[in-house]
Design a protein around this ligand. Structure first.
Ligand SMILES: Cc1cc2nc3c(=O)[nH]c(=O)nc-3n(C[C@H](O)[C@H](O)[C@H](O)COP(=O)(O)OP(=O)(O)OC[C@H]3O[C@@H](n4cnc5c(N)ncnc54)[C@H](O)[C@@H]3O)c2cc1C
Length: 440
């Protein structure tokens, strides 16, 4: 019997656990950082570079789209700053209503004056009425209608959530309600004048040298075995089997792999319907800037012909995302476009190619970009995790894994929605908890 504790996955959570414990980290890919990894593409070149070229002639993108570090424990932020110096930013985000060609600052419910007097008063009337009752809420759709009323839901929340959750919002339990902040006083204020900025990401930081500098610094303090994709776990023999044919024994595991995938890999079963999830195709784009390109950091989209629900502008956050030649005049833009899919239903390669062309065409029609210099799609298999109302699947899945000495750590592993800083926090805590149990 091995005495060894292993960490699975060298994303930001596994890196934090590896740093805090010194235990071996097994990572499927050849680089650290998971979906927070940055990579670089030169204009008109399709070869991904995992480090910035010396001449700085490339766009910087991230595997999972723009990853901005918001909130978080002060000590985690202190650690991040000590590993990779950061710059601070104030959020600029909006909702774009294409049929009105209108950008409304986020959150739309606190900027009703942009929608005109008639709509604003109608929405406010509905919100005031709803605030008097406590309508029953089972699903995310119920929650949105109960808080924002039919007019604002039909204008934005319904079509947006239809795309963002791939239709699940009518069936899943409400969650992450902080993403759509409810405050009637601010809604009334915002119908006439400026309301205070609200939400979980009003301020954020980002490493000056790119998010990869943080991942690299963390990785340099870890013992990582790259190219080790866990294919199967024998929970009785306590053995890890890797895709490359090798295997190793363990005493316990800290796993950062998604909860559903861990249930498959271990072959453990529970009598519960698994909770749903959605995947996201992120299309990273470098392009000549269009004459109507928004100045926002990211924009939520309730309607698009190609089905994307959010467009982020890396280079509106920081010019360092552009190739050096474009930084002075800012005549180029680097963008991430997100389109959600039902969990695991990855489109075929030719469908992805067609979608990329359609997205570029649509953004060109909106005047946001001109010629695209790079178009590079990435796939996040488990991106957003949801729960059926009253579901026990998550709790029971975590419990059966724990009974086999497998501890799930981080966002996808614990089936929760959380950012980088919370994932680092969880990884540090998990690593510290087992650090003195190093063995052979
Ligand atoms: C679309 C999107 C946008 C987001 N934007 C933000 C943001 O702006 N700010 C923010 O703070 N947070 C954001 N997040 C959340 C953030 O991405 C997560 O909190 C964080 O990346 C979690 O890191 P992780 O290490 O737990 O997971 P991952 O990054 O998924 O790491 C898991 C690691 O395990 C490896 N792995 C997978 N399978 C195997 C296997 N079988 N064997 C071995 N290794 C394996 C993977 O290669 C990967 O390196 C966003 C998330 C999504 C989905």
């Amino acid at each position: 019997m091995s005495n060894k504790i292993c960490i699975l996955g060298a994303g930001i959570t596994g890196l934090a656990a590896g740093m805090a414990s010194g235990l071996p980290v097994y990572e499927a890919e050849g680089f650290p950082g998971g979906i927070c990894s940055s990579y670089y593409l030169r204009p008109y070149d399709s070869k991904r570079l995992h480090a910035a070229p010396k001449d700085e002639g490339a766009y910087r993108f991230e595997i999972g789209g723009g990853h901005w570090i918001h909130g978080g424990d002060p000590l985690v932020l202190r650690l991040i700053r000590s590993l990779a110096p950061v710059k601070s930013y104030t959020r600029e985000s909006a909702v774009y209503l294409p049929h009105r060609d209108l950008l409304v600052p986020y959150p739309i419910q606190n900027h009703l004056r942009y929608l005109g007097y008639k709509v604003a008063t109608q929405v406010l009337g509905e919100m005031v009425e709803l605030a008097k009752f406590n309508p029953p809420v089972t699903t995310m759709a119920d929650w949105l209608y109960a808080n924002f009323g039919p007019t604002l839901c039909e204008l934005f929340f319904a079509p947006f959530h239809e795309m963002y959750t791939t239709g699940l919002w009518r069936k899943i339990a409400p969650q992450d309600t902080y993403k759509s902040p409810v405050n009637l006083s601010f809604a009334i204020q915002g119908a006439f004048s400026e309301a205070p900025s609200v939400g979980y990401n009003v301020n954020f930081v980002y490493p000056i040298g790119g998010l990869d500098t943080l991942a690299q610094q963390m990785a340099s303090r870890c013992d990582i075995r790259y190219g080790k994709r866990v294919a199967e776990i024998d929970v009785r023999e306590k053995a890890l089997y890797f895709k490359d044919g090798s295997s190793t024994q363990y005493k316990a595991l800290l796993s950062t792999l998604p909860l559903n995938r861990m249930m498959e890999i271990t072959g453990l079963t529970i009598e519960e319907k698994p909770d749903p999830f959605t995947s996201v195709l992120v299309i990273n784009l470098g392009a000549i800037k269009g004459h109507r390109c928004p100045k926002e950091h990211w924009v939520y989209i309730p309607q698009s012909r190609s089905g994307f629900h959010r467009v982020g502008f890396y280079s509106n956050v920081d010019v360092s995302f552009l190739p050096m030649s474009a930084r002075k005049d800012r005549d180029c833009v680097s963008i991430y476009v997100e389109k959600a899919y039902p969990g695991g239903q990855r489109p075929k390669e030719d469908e992805i190619r067609t979608l990329c062309n359609d997205v570029v065409k649509e953004l060109q029609e909106w005047g946001w970009i001109r010629e695209a210099e790079v178009v590079d799609p990435t796939w996040i298999d488990v991106a957003y995790t949801w729960s059926w109302p009253g579901s026990n699947w998550r709790r029971k899945a975590l419990q059966i894994l724990e009974e086999h000495n497998i501890y799930q750590v981080g966002r996808f592993a614990r089936w929760v929605c959380q950012g980088i800083s919370q994932s680092i926090h969880d990884g540090l805590m998990a690593g510290a908890a087992v650090k003195d149990e190093k063995g052979e």
